[in-house]
Write a protein that binds this ligand. Sequence first.
Ligand code: HEC
Length: 139
Amino acid sequence: MRPWTTLGLALLAAALISSGAARGAPGAQGASPLAQQGARWAADPAVGDCGICHHLPGHDPRDQGTIGPSLSGVGLRLDEDALRALLMDARALRPGTVMPTYGRPATGPRIPPTLQGKPLLPAHVREAIVAWLTTLGHG
Ligand code: HEC
């Protein structure tokens, strides 16, 4: 095989692997479809974007934040109700945290008109992310 063909195949393989990581599939292997959707939404910069502050297991490590704790094993540390409450209103549970309030309606002069009165993440998105978080055990 010519060298450039080998290189091309290597690049293709790398692209396929990294696109799988970006979709969040590896972190949610064997998980329910809801949890897999939650993994994708958590990582998606246009939706949860949780990786801006957290290490998200199963996602590309080059694109991960360190402002918050790693979410590895969070499903062992916190139960489903605690995770749901945290995604509803992190500041009510952890006063002074920089984690945004995702579930309460956003109001105020600095909220864009399109988001006024709406939560940053709608309930169905938060539920999917909670389903994913509960799967995060070891690793
Ligand atoms: C602006 C940064 C920031 C963003 C964005 C953010 N978080 Fe957090 N998060 C934090 C910080 C900081 C903490 C630690 C809170 C504390 O204890 O003070 C935290 C804590 C948590 C915890 C509890 C972890 C533990 O071990 O106790 C979970 C779960 C969590 N975040 C999930 C999420 C999810 C899911 C998203 C995306 C929807 C998200 N976070 C977005 C900053 C962030």
